[in-house]
Ligand binder design. Structure first.
Ligand code: SF4
Length: 465
């Protein structure tokens, strides 16, 4: 029979740590998880005294790695460099230890400092960093990215120390964050704070604390609505759409008035609607808003003239597009290029090409409604920025998702539709034409109709219907 975790801990002299702890401190219930006391025997050089709850389990890159239980779960907090000035901590010196952690959390939740993680592109970067090695170097059981700090319930993988794991997360996110901000300098406070989970009740309390943090801070009405959280991500990964079911109003963070935290699909759309090209492209590169992010190699943003009169929209990337990060490559792409050439157009010159979803659906299936809903704000913004005179929807999936009604391509051809005020014509998808050669003649008719329509639009005449 294999030894239980408790047996192993006992053998290592680490058990029963929570029984020892309970004897020393019975203040856990109802307090911030960070307010628990870690036994002095488990502290490494440089750790503060065991009777200082706020600073328990402090990690500092200058110290040796901590002695930590193999397979342990930790509640971890790390904070942006400007989130908690030294002067504030000094003021808290007079506060009784058991209240100090709660005071610190309240201070952080009030949104002090620049709250850089409240910016969508920064929060997306942080989320991508956290998820990158989840399941490999560590297991994230719960996480939340607050505007000026991060909480995790994390379990380092075998052979990984908590110190190494945290240092990796913080150094990568600091580098990427500074790159996004185009600046250098200290990003995180040097120390991180951790608390070893001691039993199931303790774990449940910490998870609840993490999940409810945005609600407590007034950033969401319900925990699952907060975009940059494990609660939201789990719902999305399960194919649910929590934000759509429970839209929440966007709320400004108290001090950082210019910094807002997107809470729902509506808020995501509002954020994306204000982005210029660089932020929009970065937002897609970092996007994990729907399950398609899990299988992609590259996001496929779109390509072409950003002031084009013509915009061609397909459904989603295929295998080659996923590898290359460009829409309509391979055989279907060549056919599209030939179609463009037939009407004297060229990819990249007065033409922009994009898809409804920016990540490849597995096995080239059609994108699901949730995936389209999450990705659509990006396409909206692309169209707003390009302001094409005419959109050509390539294939049924693109046309149906843009027009929001079920219909066949045959029934939609030969008419000028409208997508958010922009004239739109529907034709067959090049991949379909490769399989159905007789339909090429119809596609040629559609292109001629599109040229005629464009001519009318450019000369100010009413578009043919
Ligand atoms: S398909 Fe769109 S919404 Fe989904 S992860 Fe990719 S970029 Fe984000």
């Amino acid at each position: 029979m294999s030894a239980s975790r408790d047996d192993i801990l006992q053998e290592l002299g680490l058990w029963p740590r929570w029984q020892r702890r309970d004897a020393a401190d019975s203040s856990g219930a109802g307090a911030s998880p960070a307010a628990d006391v870690e036994p002095a025997a488990l502290r490494s050089a440089g750790d503060p005294p065991a009777n200082e709850p706020l600073m328990q389990g402090v990690h500092d890159r200058g110290y040796l790695p901590h002695l930590k239980d193999e397979g342990g779960n930790y509640f971890v907090t790390f904070r942006l460099a400007d989130s908690l000035p030294a002067a504030v901590l000094k003021n808290l010196e007079a506060v009784p230890e058991k209240q100090k952690s709660r005071k610190v959390e309240e201070y952080l939740d009030a949104g002090h400092g620049e709250c850089l993680l409240g910016r969508p592109e920064m929060a997306a970067m942080m989320k991508q960093t956290l998820l990158k090695f989840d399941g490999e170097r560590y297991h994230l059981h719960a996480w939340i990215i607050m505007p000026n700090h991060v909480h995790l319930l994390i379990e380092p993988a075998a052979g990984q120390s908590l110190s190494e794991v945290l240092q990796g997360i913080k150094s990568v996110s600091a580098r990427e964050g500074n790159k996004l901000l185009k600046r250098e300098g200290e990003f995180w406070q040097k120390e991180s704070y951790d608390h070893l989970i001691r039993d199931d009740a303790d774990r449940a309390r910490c998870v609840e604390y993490i999940v409810q943090n945005p609600v407590k801070a007034g950033l969401a009405k319900n925990a699952g609505e907060y975009l940059y959280s494990s609660a939201f991500q789990q719902a999305v990964d399960a194919g649910e759409s929590p934000a759509l079911q429970k839209p929440a109003p966007q709320k400004q963070i108290a001090k950082a008035a210019a910094v807002t935290q997107p809470l729902s699909l509506d808020a995501r759309a509002a954020d994306i609607a204000g982005m210029e090209w660089p932020a929009l492209k970065q937002c897609v590169t970092d996007c994990c808003a729907c399950p398609l992010h899990k299988g992609r190699h590259k996001t496929v943003f779109g390509v072409g003239d950003e002031a084009a009169n013509w915009m061609f929209v397909g459904e989603g990337p295929g295998a080659e597009e996923d590898i290359k990060g460009e829409p309509f490559v391979g055989q279907a792409g060549k056919l599209l290029d030939n179609m463009l050439a037939a009407i004297k157009l060229k990819r990249g010159e007065n033409v922009y090409i994009a898809n409804v979803v920016k990540c490849r659906p597995p096995n080239n299936r059609n994108p699901e409604p949730l995936e389209v809903e999450q990705c659509e704000p990006v396409l909206h913004r692309q169209i707003e920025l390009i302001r094409p005179k005419l959109i050509i929807a390539l294939g049924k999936v693109a046309a149906v998702n843009l027009l929001k009604r079920e219909a066949s391509v045959a029934s939609m051809r030969g008419k000028v539709h409208e997508y958010r005020g922009t004239p739109m014509i529907v034709t067959y998808h090049p991949a379909y034409l490769l399989r159905s050669l007789p339909e090429k003649a119809k596609a040629w008719e559609d292109l001629c109709f599109a040229v005629e329509t464009m001519r009318g639009l450019q000369s100010g005449e009413a578009a043919p219907t």
